[in-house]
Design a protein around this ligand. Structure first.
Ligand code: DC
Length: 222
């Protein structure tokens, strides 16, 4: 018998920017053979699309209207907006900052809700973001709150950017991460928070493989 949408198990992995959520969530999904939702990519696409259209990034009415009409497709590793691969553009620091601004708009969050829930398909879903366990999938079988110190997160981002051949300044990255944390934690709409039923993992001194193993172990114990 086919599983009804809400019976499909979800593992929710939330946490601050650059905590390694994406890498961990994708590895857990691959290990289990489940689907993967990178919800931050959706907010990044909305930020990018709003910027491209010259919209004020605080204009909830206009941005939620375009959000409902965006043509977004995830095709293996590619992210397509209106058929164009925007994978590179959405990964930049500017798109991250724009995502954090549009993510503060309640209308935009509402407009993205059904789209995110549509990723819940058999045999299961690993979803990463800020409010996966609190708002989008409150019935997730396992909720993880993944953190690391701001300094460690800035350093990880720095290494990623240098490896890609992009210039970067540690001081600017640390400042950007702190600003983003502040905005994500203090916004009124679905702020970044650790749900009471989430398991916190501090990855400051943990390699990615150890975090992945811990998540899988927690899941197997459920
Ligand atoms: O996970 P990320 O760094 O790609 O997310 C970019 C921004 O998008 C983040 O600073 C806040 C916003 N976001 C959000 O508000 N809710 C989510 N579920 C995911 C991301």
């Amino acid at each position: 018998m086919a599983m009804a949408g809400t019976q499909v198990p979800v593992i929710a992995i939330d946490g601050p920017s650059a905590s390694g959520k994406g890498t961990v969530a994708a590895a857990v999904a691959q290990h289990l053979g489940w689907h993967y939702l990178d919800s931050g990519a959706l907010y990044r696409i909305v930020g990018l699309a709003a910027g491209d259209r010259g919209l004020d990034l605080d204009n909830d009415a206009e941005i939620s209207r375009i959000t409902l009409n965006l043509n977004i497709k995830f095709d293996d590793d590619r992210v397509l907006l209106d058929g164009l691969d925007v994978g590179q553009r959405i990964r930049g620091e500017a798109a991250g900052a724009a995502a954090s601004r549009v993510g503060a708009l309640p209308g935009v969050r509402h407009a993205l809700l059904a789209l995110q829930q549509g990723f819940r398909r058999p045999p299961g879903l690993v979803a990463d973001g800020r409010d996966m366990g609190s708002v989008v999938f409150p019935d997730a079988v396992l909720k993880i709150y993944l953190t690391a110190s701001a300094e460690e997160r800035a350093e990880r981002r720095y290494k990623q950017l240098i490896a890609k051949g992009t210039g970067a300044s540690m001081a600017a990255l640390l400042r950007g991460i702190r600003e983003r944390d502040f905005r994500d934690i203090h916004r009124a709409a679905a702020p970044l928070l650790k749900c009471p039923d989430a398991v916190e993992i501090d990855s400051t001194a943990m390699p990615v493989e150890a975090v992945v193993a811990r998540v899988l172990q927690l899941f197997q114990r459920r």
